[in-house]
Design a protein around this ligand. Structure first.
Ligand code: 13P
Ligand code: SF4
Length: 377
């Protein structure tokens, strides 16, 4: 079908469904899809929107699998959440599974019996890990509110047997970069963090290092954001001395340190929207968002930080043909590609997500605070 035909058919099916359907679109979606979204946003904003849909019977989530799972958890039982292409996963979320998590937890408890361990997972994780985190006194976070959630966690989170004076350790899944960048911005030095490699005994650390650490960072990363390198920042500055470099905190520590600013997709959008004409930006995030901002703000100069044109290939799987197929099926009463989380997983994952939603976190810059001299016990 031509793009024109696809558009017309999607619009017709949508009209048939009326208020029964809400379409959510993540910032990284392609423009043709974003055009049909009732709400666009970062993963935090979209999970809030999902939670607020009282009239809808169906949510089509134009994003990736973990986002649709979160929407299913947060919406009423009667709401059916659809992901137009089941191949739209997230390579980062796939880097931590529940068996590895249970193994890690057991080893940490054994090594640190006198400490409170608070598990925190980034939104980019499976529902099973969100559920684990909820059941063990932790919460979910997104890149919009990571700092607020980690500040809550390092005070003991919601771990029931935590008592004042007990050392708190945060176990952070699955993005080591977001964890490291945020903890450092909070004032924790790099040597207060260890990386947990799930393929190695004790995560690859010495027992003493594990016990001393304030943050245990899961060895995961985003395959898109890791493509940005420090030399790209140097190169942008060399070519455009007035240019500000603004990156997502899934970028490596070295890139975030060299950048002028770092924050979630919502933060990036806000910064550009608030900037004066003539502003220049090199953005270290997914190329669809960068190109959209460049198009919406011709009065500014906006480029993607790396020539590699970092593309999230899984987000890109959601396109007009898949959207058309999903929505036409819904319009004829056939629910396809429904994302359903089982009752037990849902119960505790909901706790972890609700804790996140109740901890205030506005899109904020991470900052680059100098490390504290001492760590917090
Ligand atoms: P946001 O939370 O900023 O939307 O990011 C989600 C994501 O997957 C970024 O790679
Ligand atoms: Fe996952 Fe990275 Fe794609 Fe975000 S950009 S959905 S973290 S692979």
């Amino acid at each position: 079908m031509s793009e024109q035909e696809l558009r017309a058919r999607i619009a017709a099916a949508r009209q048939t469904l009326g208020k029964k359907l809400v379409i959510l679109g993540h910032h990284y979606q392609q423009d043709a899809v974003i055009e049909f979204a009732d709400f666009t946003g970062d993963s935090f904003e979209l999970s809030r929107q999902a939670a607020q849909q009282k009239e809808a019977q169906y949510v089509i989530f134009c994003g990736v699998h973990f986002m649709a799972e979160s929407a299913d958890i947060l919406t009423a039982d009667s709401v059916k959440v659809v992901l137009p292409d089941l191949g739209a996963g997230c390579s980062m979320a796939d880097m931590a599974n529940i068996d590895q998590t249970l193994e890690c937890w057991e080893q940490l408890l054994e090594q640190c019996p006198d400490q409170t361990i608070v598990p925190i997972t980034y939104m980019n994780s499976t529902a099973a890990i969100k559920s684990f985190v909820g059941e063990h006194g932790g919460a979910v976070c997104t890149s919009s509110n990571c700092r607020s959630i980690l500040e809550w966690a390092i005070r003991g989170g919601a771990v029931p047997n935590h008592t004042a004076g007990k050392k708190v350790k945060v176990l952070f899944f699955p993005d080591q970069h977001l964890g490291r960048n945020t903890a450092y911005a909070m004032g924790y030095p790099l040597d207060s963090m260890v990386v947990w490699d799930p393929r190695q005994d004790l995560g690859g650390s010495e027992p003493a290092r594990l016990r001393d650490a304030d943050f245990v960072l899961w060895k995961g990363h985003c395959s898109v954001h890791q493509l940005f390198r420090p030399e790209h920042v140097d190169d942008a500055r060399r070519r455009f001395p007035q240019m500000k470099v603004l990156v997502h905190p899934e970028c490596s520590f070295e890139v975030v340190q060299k950048a002028d600013l770092s924050g979630s997709t919502a933060f990036i959008v806000k910064q550009v929207e608030a900037a004066a004409p003539g502003s220049q930006w090199a953005l270290g995030t997914e190329v669809h968002l960068v190109n959209r901002l460049a198009q919406q703000h011709p009065e500014q100069k906006i480029i993607v930080l790396s020539e590699c044109q970092c593309l999230c290939t899984t987000m890109f799987r959601i396109d007009l043909p898949h959207l058309c197929w999903a929505i036409e099926n819904l319009a004829s009463g056939n629910v396809v590609n429904q994302i359903q989380v089982d009752a037990h997983t849902r119960r505790w994952a909901m706790v972890a997500l609700e804790r996140m939603l109740s901890i205030k976190g506005i899109p904020q810059a991470l900052g680059k605070t100098a490390p504290m001299a001492t760590t917090v016990d």
